[in-house]
Design a protein around this ligand. Structure first.
Ligand code: ADP
Length: 259
């Protein structure tokens, strides 16, 4: 449809802009990271405080790098390299908890804030068919959003479960926080690319990326949120068919759903 074409053109233009911005940011942060690392390694006379500050700088630079990578990833032409494999969602959750530790453990603690993280994993969870890197990226975005929503601490629960549905069942992966929640207008718009309530600190691409991922996986997303009442984002994936999955090397590329 006309609306769809316009939307795709707009996204392409935004993509070009985003990739230009990503390039500039990478150039700007590279020397910051390099000098912080060099100081930490080559200056034995640094005070404890100086050392701690440099470590925070290093970690912040890592985070910026990861954000830029996600922004790039969002627009990359994915079809050719996209390979499906059977994926264990429990494994993805565990890996994402490890990958994001600096954001919910170390950084908040430096500010005297406590975020408890709990994994509630269904041991009998069936496999899904998908792209591991994309699923990890999406869950990482959800964890970052949850942490952002709890500046004074709180609880983060990652939960997996199986839901029988007519036909094949679904694997449900929930990321639940006890944070600030969303008002009605934010809930309505939160998945739009570039919609953010975080001002300069936000890209507005987190949930848009998650949405693109779940669409490509033939699944759906549910968001349950209330102002001051926390947020639960659930990703529902169709379970892998009873038939064995094709070997990853020979697997067909995922069809790319229009954004
Ligand atoms: P960003 O995090 O860069 O703002 P997102 O697309 O990930 O971009 O999120 C868009 C907006 O949705 C956020 O700015 C925030 O207002 C809202 N949001 C997303 N996740 C949560 C959450 N867990 N709790 C409260 N608000 C959220």
């Amino acid at each position: 449809s006309q609306a769809q074409v316009t939307r795709q053109e707009r996204l392409r233009a935004l993509g070009q802009m985003a990739s230009g911005i990503a390039h500039d940011i990478n150039n700007a942060i590279a020397p910051i990271g390099l000098y912080a690392e060099a100081l930490l390694e080559n200056e034995p006379g640094l005070s404890e405080r100086g050392r701690a500050s440099l470590q925070v700088i290093e970690r912040a630079i890592d985070d910026v790098g990861a954000t830029v990578a996600r922004m790039r990833e969002f627009y990359r032409q994915r079809e050719p390299q996209l390979m499906l494999s059977t994926v264990n969602a429990n494994l993805m959750v565990g890996q994402v908890v490890d990958l994001t530790r600096a954001r919910w453990s170390d950084m908040p603690q430096q500010r005297g804030v406590v975020i408890t993280v709990q994994q509630q994993l269904d041991p009998q969870l069936p496999s899904i068919l998908g792209v591991e890197g994309e699923i990890r990226e999406a869950l990482t975005n959800l964890v970052f959003n949850a942490v952002d929503a709890m500046p004074d601490g709180g609880s983060l629960i990652l939960r997996t479960s199986y839901q029988a549905r007519e036909g094949a069942g679904e694997v449900r992966v929930e990321v639940r926080d006890s944070g600030c929640g969303m008002d009605e207008q934010t809930q309505r718009r939160c998945m739009e690319p570039f919609f953010t309530t975080k001002g300069e600190r936000g890209t507005g691409l987190g949930l848009a990326t998650v949405y693109g991922m779940i669409e490509r996986h033939g699944g759906r997303i549910e968001i349950d949120s209330r102002p001051q009442g926390g947020t639960c984002v659930a990703l529902c994936f169709p379970v892998a068919d009873a038939a064995p999955a094709p070997p990853p090397a020979a697997a067909p590329a995922l069809p790319l759903a229009p954004l």
